[in-house]
Design a protein around this ligand. Sequence first.
Ligand SMILES: Cc1cc2nc3c(=O)[nH]c(=O)nc-3n(C[C@H](O)[C@H](O)[C@H](O)COP(=O)(O)OP(=O)(O)OC[C@H]3O[C@@H](n4cnc5c(N)ncnc54)[C@H](O)[C@@H]3O)c2cc1C
Length: 414
Amino acid sequence: MRAPHRVVVVGASLAGLSAARTLRAEGWTGSLTVVGAEPHLPYDRPPLSKEVLAREEEPELPRLPLPAGPDARWLLGRRAVRLDTSERRVTLSDGTGLAYDGLVIATGAHARTPRAGGPAPPGVFTLRGWDDALAVRARLGAGRSLVVVGGGFLGSEIAAAARARGTAVTLVEAAEQPLTRALGRVAGAYVAGLQEEAGITVRTGTRVTGFRTALGGGLCAVELTNASAVPADTAVVALGGVPATDWLAGSGLLLDQGVCCDPFLRALRGDGSPAPGVVAAGDAAKVPYALAGGSRVTTGHWADALAQGAAAASTLLHGETAGPYDTVPSFWADLHGARFRSVGLPSLADEATVLEHDPAGRRLEIAYHHRGSPVGALTAGRTSRLAAYRAELASAARSAGVCAAAPSAGTRTG
Ligand SMILES: Cc1cc2nc3c(=O)[nH]c(=O)nc-3n(C[C@H](O)[C@H](O)[C@H](O)COP(=O)(O)OP(=O)(O)OC[C@H]3O[C@@H](n4cnc5c(N)ncnc54)[C@H](O)[C@@H]3O)c2cc1C
């Protein structure tokens, strides 16, 4: 495989930037164009649900480091609207056409919007980007009331940060505990306990059915399935992300809630063959994991977007000699003074073994297995344990072997 001359990176955020940085770090001097829908230079998202909301001081854009070496061309505030894989061309929203011989798809995800009927009134937000975070932040503080819809880590962090600013907070979760689907009941109950201890009202086993507005048109209450309503002037819907692949419709790429990739992160076409010169990374990519028996997974984790961006760039430069992507997934979140860290894919587990459970000491350690094999671990206040878990999971993944996944049900071709 010959190294490309012209690389276009679509998505000017973590995964795209990691790819761009890797290309330059490996000494590649070809023409590099980075396209980003947002007007901002690349920035980091994790602080948006943590210190940007929680701190009283005015926040600054948490910028990500740019690639070193020859200048890249930055086309910001413009989105890619079309990909032609036969002509090897990306079309932007302003009509610009970009020819490539290497393309990195790194368009991340959009926030999932509420299903509750009708358009959401003023005062209802999602939180994916910097502008969302500033808008939510402006509505937090003593005397304000917030409902967070969705008790995953993002919703839990938003609730914790808002509470730290003195906001009255209710967290609404459809399952019987927050985080149950991802991490099981013990971890869910542990997190719910921390939230309640901080003065957050946790409403589980109920869904949002609608948003009630005041005379002026703004939000005044959030309606729930059990016919109750929680008074609130602000709601943040934190129901996860939807891979931003709408612009790939008609491209011929295999799309199934993400761009389906082979183990080298090459984007696959409808017939299962890699599209020449196209790789994908981050929250937009669906990547085969040996830990998942070769099934494709979109983890939605920061560290995975970073590692996949680098691996995708290596594939562009070196082809299969770069080796398959085999990094163990990892994640962190901060809640009420506890730093949660997970490795592997705990959501695959059929068994969770609790090794330590000490909410007062902000310590937790759970090992996850599927059919007796390790698939993940979760810790709070036990960072030193992670290296051993990571090594165990890497070894389990090696013995499972990387196998290309068959397209799953519901797969469609873009
Ligand atoms: C508020 C928040 C907090 C988080 N906290 C954590 C955490 O604590 N720990 C953790 O592990 N992970 C966390 N994450 C997840 C982590 O930030 C993501 O996994 C990571 O940002 C994914 O990077 P990405 O580059 O794939 O996608 P993104 O960061 O979503 O970037 C994609 C970029 O592509 C742009 N784009 C989309 N469509 C187009 C188009 N058609 N044309 C051009 N550009 C386009 C978008 O505007 C965006 O700038 C958090 C995410 C959020 C939103």
